[in-house]
Design a protein around this ligand. Structure first.
Ligand SMILES: [Zn+2]
Ligand SMILES: [Zn+2]
Ligand SMILES: [Zn+2]
Length: 492
């Protein structure tokens, strides 16, 4: 049966940017929310997103407005409508709704009616609902046959039905009102472990886990013909998989958003990675932004490097501060139009790992280039790159994709052969769509290792491998991914 409606549920963000001032991971809660938003926009595409309270860890300390503004700016990137309600940590309701949009009593979206409740706090972190609010279920059902969804911070469930110490003191009355109005699902937060959905009469009742608690889950409700099913999506990768991300940009990148050595190195382990490798564009380290973007870097190549302009020493020095077990500092090499690495020999020795990328081709500088010539130039460049000794060919087909040229078997085979001959790994990079599944399968069949690359310019993309793992699964990867994934053995 087709899915009629999808609701994304996020709760208990508990954001506090000062490390140690909040709870464990409160200081990265904004990044977690950003990752959740990207996951929702790119993959889940819900009809509506609901945020069920405790956005801040403590709204009572100075700066609450700016902390809320940070979260608001992230939520504004959501492509779906969003409903935000406060929790017991969010303080004064009017201050809260000065920074977020106050939802109406009944929100109509995608053929559903969602009822956001702001209940009164009761001792023991419990709550109770005003009688007028309990009557909202009946009002919502009048003249409406579709799904009704209850939203609140503190859970609602029959006393004793789940092992959760927080409930509404008037849960029995609320449940009676929900059942009478044939409410489809009741969604809560507050209980950070969450509890699985429980059916009471026609109504499913669930409490979703806290976003700030590892593995940082968001929940998704899918309604098929009015029947709800719940899924959980972890934003961290499973540490047991021992995954590595060798393609992370730093504050030295000209296209960096919020990435940095310090924050990236700190986040990697918390997001479940076994190893992180920074890889800044070599051309951006040697050349000024203008020279990089206008093609001067790729025309002149290594001969055009001005030691007074180069930031390579600064980059490697800054990397030294974070380099260590599980943290590598390497380079994403640019190649000039003659196919030469934009890399000084002494810098090769100083990098832990090297990615090679086709970012530009001379043929593409001409007007109206012939697709056959583009493909030939591309394959020639791939051969040149792998011949010069790189660990990973980054985003192998991006430039071809950009030109809208079809990737046929012959092109894939030429690239796989070059990689195989030189023991170079192939990156799975999902910016502009992942590689063809056929390519991934061919690599595995011929023993070419695969490297997962977040290609992070935003912190949220570090080890953000949901799509990468889906590609591996679709390509028939073995359960033990270590058999097919690339891993740096040691420092070069
Ligand atoms: Zn909470
Ligand atoms: Zn709470
Ligand atoms: Zn690149």
């Amino acid at each position: 049966m087709p899915i009629d409606q999808t609701i994304a549920v996020i709760s208990d963000i508990h954001f506090e940017p000062v490390p140690g001032a909040g709870r464990p991971n409160s200081d990265i809660a904004d990044i977690l929310l950003h990752r959740a938003v990207a996951r929702l926009n790119d993959i889940i595409r819900p009809d509506v997103t609901v945020v069920l309270g405790d956005l801040l860890n403590d709204a009572g300390t100075p700066g609450a407005t700016s902390r809320r503004a940070r979260l608001r700016a992230i939520l504004d990137e959501l492509e779906s409508p969003v409903i935000v309600i406060p929790g017991n940590h969010d303080g004064d309701e009017s201050a809260f709704y000065a920074d977020f949009e106050r939802p109406p009593a009944i929100v109509e979206v995608a053929g559903m009616r969602l009822l956001p409740f702001i209940d009164e706090d009761r001792p023991g972190y419990c709550a109770s609902r005003r009688p007028a609010d309990r009557d909202r279920f009946r009002l919502a059902r009048e003249g409406f046959g579709g799904p009704i969804v209850a939203l609140q911070h503190v859970p609602v469930f029959p006393d004793g039905a789940v092992d959760c110490p927080y409930n509404h003191l008037d849960a029995a009355e609320i449940i009676a009102a929900m059942n009478a109005a044939d409410v489809t699902i009741s969604l809560s937060g507050h209980y950070h472990a969450g509890f699985p959905p429980l059916r009471v009469g026609p109504t499913l009742m669930a409490s979703v886990p806290a976003l700030y608690c590892a593995p940082f889950s968001l929940s998704v409700v899918r309604l098929r013909d009015g029947c709800p099913e719940m899924e959980s999506h972890a934003l961290a990768v499973d540490p047991a998989l021992q995954l590595c991300d060798y393609h992370v940009h730093s504050e030295f990148g000209y296209c960096a958003q919020d990435t940095s050595f310090a924050r990236g190195a700190d986040l990697a382990g918390r997001l479940g990675l076994a190893e992180i490798g920074f890889a800044e564009h070599s051309g951006q380290l040697y050349f000024l932004p203008d020279e990089y973007w206008n093609g001067e870097c790729h025309r002149a190549g290594v001969d055009g490097i001005d030691p007074f302009i180069s930031r390579m020493d600064d980059y490697l020095a800054a990397g030294t501060a974070v380099r260590g077990p599980g943290v590598k500092v390497g380079l994403e090499l640019d190649f000039d139009f003659q196919g030469r690495a934009v890399l000084q020999p002494r810098d090769r020795q100083r990098a832990d790992h090297l990615l090679g990328s086709v970012h530009r081709l001379a043929v593409l500088e001409c007007e109206d280039p012939d697709p056959v010539e583009i493909v030939e130039a591309f394959l020639w460049m791939v051969d040149a790159i792998v011949a010069q000794g790189v660990d990973i060919l980054a985003h192998p087909f991006r430039i071809i994709r950009r030109e809208d040229i079809e990737l046929n078997h012959a092109i894939l085979d030429r690239v796989v052969t070059a990689l195989h001959r030189t023991h170079t790994a192939a990156e799975i990079n999902v910016h502009l769509g992942g590689p063809p599944l056929e390519f991934v399968t061919m690599c595995m069949d011929r023993g070419v290792k695969l490297a997962l690359g977040g290609d992070a310019h935003h912190l949220l993309d570090i080890g953000n491998f949901a799509q990468h793992l889906a590609i591996l699964e679709a390509a028939g990867a073995p359960a033990d991914l270590n058999e097919v994934l690339f891993r740096l053995e040691s420092c070069r």
